[in-house]
Design a protein around this ligand. Structure first.
Ligand code: PMP
Ligand code: GLN
Length: 396
């Protein structure tokens, strides 16, 4: 029998929806993986490394060539300086960095604050570490011109207890595509500093932003570097979600806790892929900028398409996903809608309710996440299928 703390967790919504998408030959706008390849240099380097015999365990903290590339790239983009040997750890995707941070830094019984909707692995990592959490919501807000999300700052302040040890934040945010505003980041920093909390900053979408905006890390705010573990990944930056190369950056004494846990989760990740990601970080910045532009174009196509079908769209500022309120489609709540869409319309999407505590909450009940990290013609075909399906229903 599974241990009690993992019993509440079923199959992840991504696995479920991708399986249904395959079964029903649906277009998969559910799980966030791109349907085109990363930079040629990166792919060629991995093949070259394998052919050249770089196929055994690498060093515990990751290959030096990759750690040096990670910190150099961060310094180039943000001006932040991390030491490649003491302050950088290569992990098996951001997922392992998240789990190892929880396991290496949370005493059993500690309390964690997450932002809702939250990426599914946070809750599981907290449970693995025998801890509890409180979800602080992003509030759906509508102005005359747009719908967007902002942090419920008073709920954040109220969520802190004597046991609180960590805040997990994710900006740019999955699923909403929100880049947390500077005021929100500062509010989180103020709470962290006032209560001596650690912050896990999940920045896997750090380079994929739109509308002339950009991302800045909470770790760059005064007093935050020393309490923040930054987590990122090659998955989204180089279209290699299947490689599972991620990393954590933190001051040496903080990183040590992550290293201790990580070494017994996987020991190390795939060796030949590490120099390939290093090459991407060193040589492929223009490719990544172009990727962000392509994603922005796809985002507009999908957001406009959904709006044209009567959905209420929250325009994303970054990342892979657009969230829309689809109550007007009359297909039931978010989960019912996604289940019907994948089977009857052959388009897969993810219910935002999979990322919240209370799926019945009016805030989230009809919200569905659609991925736009897919080729233009695939998004066009998905919109066409949705249009035909919804038209068929209204005429019958
Ligand atoms: N955090 C967020 C917010 C994500 O969307 C994802 C999915 N890429 C991950 C972490 C996991 O990243 P990885 O595939 O590198 O483990
Ligand atoms: N990050 C991806 C998403 O949000 C999924 C990764 C996974 O399947 N665990 O769609």
């Amino acid at each position: 029998m599974t241990v009690s703390r993992l019993r509440p967790f079923g199959e992840t919504i991504f696995a479920t929806m991708s399986r249904l998408a395959t079964e029903h030959e649906a277009i998969n706008l559910g799980q966030g993986f791109p349907d085109w390849d990363g930079p040629e240099e990166v792919l060629a380097e991995a093949q070259h490394q394998i052919a050249g015999g770089n196929n055994q365990y690498g060093p515990g903290r990751g290959m030096k060539v990759l750690r040096e590339a990670i910190v150099a790239d961060r310094a180039r983009r943000t001006g932040q300086v991390y030491d490649a040997d003491a302050e950088c750890l290569v992990t098996v995707g951001a997922t392992e960095a998240i789990a190892a941070t929880a396991l290496g830094h949370l005493e059993p019984g500690s309390h964690v604050i997450v932002i809702e909707p939250y990426y599914d692995s946070y809750k599981a990592a907290i449970a693995l570490a025998h801890c509890t959490y409180t979800a602080v919501p992003l509030i759906p807000t509508a102005s005359d011109t747009e719908r967007f999300w902002s942090l419920d700052r008073s709920a954040l302040a109220d969520a802190v207890t004597a046991e609180t040890a960590m805040i997990i934040i994710n900006s740019p945010h999955n699923p909403t595509g929100t880049i947390l505003k500077n005021e929100d980041l500062q509010a989180i920093a103020d709470v962290a500093i006032a209560n001596n909390l650690l912050v896990l900053a999940d920045e896997v979408y750090e380079r994929l932003y739109f509308n002339g905006l950009s991302h800045s890390s909470i770790s760059a705010l005064p007093g935050m570097r020393e309490r923040t573990i930054v987590v990122s990944s090659a998955a989204k930056t180089f279209n290699v979600t299947g490689w599972k190369i991620g990393w954590a950056l933190a001051p040496a004494e903080l990183l040590d806790g992550v290293v201790k846990a990580k070494q017994f989760l996987s020991y190390v990740g795939a060796t030949p892929l590490q120099p390939a990601v290093a090459r991407g970080l060193k040589e492929c910045a223009p490719w990544v900028d172009e990727l962000a532009r392509q994603l922005e174009g796809n985002m507009r196509l999908l957001a406009d398409g959904l709006e044209g079908l009567g959905a209420d769209v929250f325009t994303p500022q970054a990342g892979y996903f657009v969230v829309a309120d689809v109550s007007s489609w009359g297909l039931g709540d978010a989960l019912e809608t996604c289940t019907r869409l994948v089977k009857e319309c052959r388009v897969a999407a993810i219910p935002v309710t999979a990322f919240v505590d209370d799926p019945e909450s009016e805030k989230y009940r009809y919200l569905v996440r659609f991925a736009f990290c897919k080729r233009t013609e695939v998004i066009e075909e998905a919109i066409a299928r949705l249009r035909d399906y919804l038209a068929g229903r209204s005429s019958s």
